[in-house]
Design a protein around this ligand. Structure first.
Ligand code: FE2
Length: 280
């Protein structure tokens, strides 16, 4: 799947850009599938309490922390006030997560292909496990900034093993909030760790391991056409700007870990015993 040149780029830079990895028609089909799920979602008939900015943050924490082995919608901040949407649902939704790849046949097919299995093997995975899926909307005009972070911060294994597959479902541009990456900075350790306050707890905390700010001056933009796959090393810093343009920037992300590494019991994303992680 990967050439020697691509593998040395990966080691040096901590990311790979693979244009035309997915057929554009498959991107369109996934987008249509998600929009159908949204049209059929129970949010269309109310059920918005958990998103209300006036609601107890405890309920929102619970909704997020128990989403690792199910499929849930997340709305933009401020999209619900006093139980009512402040804009149409199609423009209010922030993302869908976090186990579509195991629970939704369409996402399962998109996420488990021979090409992705070969790519994971080339990247050094011995026992790849599909841990987390997210469909991100990056809405026109209101899609918010994603602050600079690395994925290992959120999906910690010992040793580090997480890799992110970021699929452009729509064209990602400078205007609509494409990814920005800090090449080479994957060789420095994660600076923070986001985790549960204790295994099984319903609160979270962030450990600051290195107070030095992220190298934001070194970030370079990665505008890509739909169908492109960007592969992100788990300790590569990345960021995306708010979407101030009139067009959306849909993306699908899949995070893999290696079952040879230890997935820590105080990571925020946990699964019940009846739904173990699976590979390709
Ligand atoms: Fe990320």
């Amino acid at each position: 799947m990967l050439s020697d040149a691509q593998l040395s780029d990966w080691d040096r830079d901590g990311y790979l850009v693979l244009p035309d990895f997915v057929d554009p028609s498959d991107c369109d089909a996934l987008r249509e599938h998600v929009m159908g799920l949204l049209r059929d979602s129970e949010m269309q008939d109310g059920g918005l309490t958990v998103f209300d900015t006036n609601a107890q943050s405890h309920a929102q924490d619970e909704y997020f922390l128990t989403s690792g082995d199910t499929v849930r919608w997340f709305l933009e901040d401020g999209a619900v006030v006093d139980g009512e949407l402040t804009r149409t649902l199609e423009l209010a939704v922030n993302k869908l997560g976090h186990a579509m790849h195991d629970l939704d046949p369409h996402f399962d097919r998109f996420s488990r292909t021979p090409e992705l299995a070969a790519l994971a093997a080339d990247l050094g995975f011995v026992q790849p496990r599909l841990l987390q899926s997210m469909y991100i909307f990056k809405q026109p005009g209101i899609g918010g900034e994603v602050t600079c972070h690395c994925d290992h911060t959120f999906l910690w294994t010992e040793p580090q093993s997480v890799v992110g597959f970021w699929f452009a479902i729509e064209d990602a541009t400078l205007q609509n909030g494409c990814l920005w990456l800090a090449p080479g900075h994957h060789r420095t350790p994660a600076r923070t760790r986001f985790r549960l306050t204790a295994p099984g707890a319903r609160g979270t905390t962030t450990d600051v391991l290195d107070p030095e700010p992220w190298p934001t001056d070194d970030l370079v933009p990665m505008p890509v056409d739909r169908g492109t796959l960007i592969v992100l090393h788990g300790t590569l810093p990345h960021w995306s700007a708010p979407n101030t343009s009139p067009v959306s920037r849909h993306a699908y992300t899949l995070h893999l870990i290696d079952a040879q590494a230890d997935y820590l019991p105080d990571n925020w994303l946990q699964r019940g015993p009846d739904m173990p992680l699976r590979g390709f």
